[in-house]
Design a protein around this ligand. Structure first.
Ligand code: ZN
Length: 417
């Protein structure tokens, strides 16, 4: 494992203010997606501080402790086409954008953090020219080989210039679930404004922190996730980098997301009322108040206590418990709810995780078949955000007499009767 660099920011990365207050202090955690091989399982993994802080001047909610992103990306194995249903989702998304903003054939779309190019493929089918930017080498090479030109790099000013030179200005720039994972979000956004054509739009889909808080989804806090956005903060980031926010809408993925659209300052489109409406809602919900986060921390602690009480009772009566889910979020959940001693092992559908060991505690990860051979009494659904579809796919576990435990937002036990 590489040497990691830990940085502690004492100034706001958006506005430079020093009025930074920690609002949620979680347990020190290893890099949450660093599942290790058997040969590494006797080597202890380092842990790093994990906190959420707010800038009292601009309301930016963020991690003040940053582990070097190049390191976090080294073992990056997520490939979007692995996830069932995404292709259809991207087709719908591409059609919505092309028809809502009336881009003619041959317009250029650049996807930042393009992964294996699944989304670009949807735009290509609609007649657009496509370019991807993707830091993970193997994935970028594979995308280029499949006819979706992909630059293997992080998106920077230099990369923006290179694209302008080779392909021209972009009519559409997209960033799907990666904007919150950028350390230098100001520099990144500045580079977007350089690449954007005069009539172009910049579309960002990202987790929407106010909605995710409502369902106690604190386990979306992990070291690769630097920013926890509100529309107000997004609007400020855009306007300090040559862009203006013209549309904002809540969407459902990942426990609550937001889709925002920007253009160059004083661009051709009017600013939609949705922008101010969502900012108004954020103010009404006191998203900038430290008190809001203190009561959030209380709710999380209450949920933890309830779950631990139940798990202790089950253990005392000899019940066997197994966890479902091997991801960033489940590592945060296991560490902060102190679940490691209750579970014998984890299961997950992701083949890349099977045969590995969980970060830090080194719980083994098996394929889901193990569940049906081994027949434990309870399956604790750590990936509770996907609880509905997991239970749907594994109804057979209930018929065997097994029970599901859903830890959040409210503790639930689900059995066959
Ligand atoms: Zn600030």
């Amino acid at each position: 494992m590489e040497k990691q660099i830990l940085r502690h920011d004492k100034q706001c990365r958006i506005c430079g203010s020093s009025s930074i207050t920690t609002v949620l202090k979680l347990k020190d955690t290893p890099l949450e997606d660093q599942f290790v091989r058997q040969s590494q399982k006797n080597i202890p993994q380092p842990v790093y501080p994990l906190e959420l802080a707010i800038c009292e001047d601009c309301g930016y909610v963020h991690l003040p402790y940053i582990v070097s992103p190049e390191v976090s990306y080294t073992d990056y194995v997520y490939v979007s086409s692995v996830t069932v249903g995404l292709r259809n989702h991207f087709d719908v998304y591409a059609e919505e954008i092309v028809s809502a903003y009336a881009f003619p054939n041959n317009s250029l779309i650049v996807d930042l953090g393009s992964n294996d190019g699944s989304m670009l493929a949807s735009f290509k089918r609609l007649g657009l020219r496509v370019v991807g930017v993707e830091p993970a080498k193997a994935i970028a090479t594979q995308a280029t080989a499949s006819g979706l030109p992909t630059i293997n790099d992080f998106f920077t000013n230099e990369v923006a210039s290179q694209i302008v030179q080779d392909f021209g200005q972009a009519n559409v720039i997209t960033a799907n679930y990666m904007y919150a994972n950028i350390d230098d979000v100001l520099g990144f956004t500045k580079a977007v404004s350089k690449l954007l054509a005069a009539n172009g739009i910049f579309v960002v889909q990202t987790g929407y922190h106010p909605e995710q808080m409502k369902i106690k989804m604190f386990d979306y806090i992990y070291h690769e996730h630097f920013s926890y956005f509100t529309v107000e903060v997004l609007k400020n980031i855009f306007s300090s980098n040559g862009l203006e926010l013209i549309h904002a809408a809540k969407t459902s993925p990942k426990g609550g997301s937001v889709r925002i659209v920007g253009q160059l300052k004083n661009g051709p489109r009017p600013i939609d009322s949705s922008v101010d409406e969502l900012i108004h809602e954020e103010h009404t919900n006191n998203m900038r108040s430290v008190m809001t986060y203190l009561s959030y921390a209380n709710e999380i602690n209450k949920a933890k206590k309830e779950l631990i009480d139940l798990l202790q009772t089950l253990k005392a009566s000899g019940k066997r418990i197994v966890g479902f889910g091997a991801s960033h979020s489940t590592t945060t959940l296991i560490y902060n709810f102190e679940l490691e001693a209750f579970m014998e092992y984890l299961v997950d559908d992701n083949k890349l995780k099977q045969g590995k060991y969980s970060p830090g505690y080194h719980l083994p990860v098996y394929s889901i078949e193990k569940l049906y051979e081994d027949k434990p009494d309870y399956l604790l659904i750590l990936a509770w955000q996907h609880g509905g579809s997991i239970m749907q796919r594994h109804k057979a576990f209930l018929s065997l007499g097994g029970k599901f435990l859903i830890p959040l937002p409210n503790l639930k036990v689900i059995n066959d009767d």
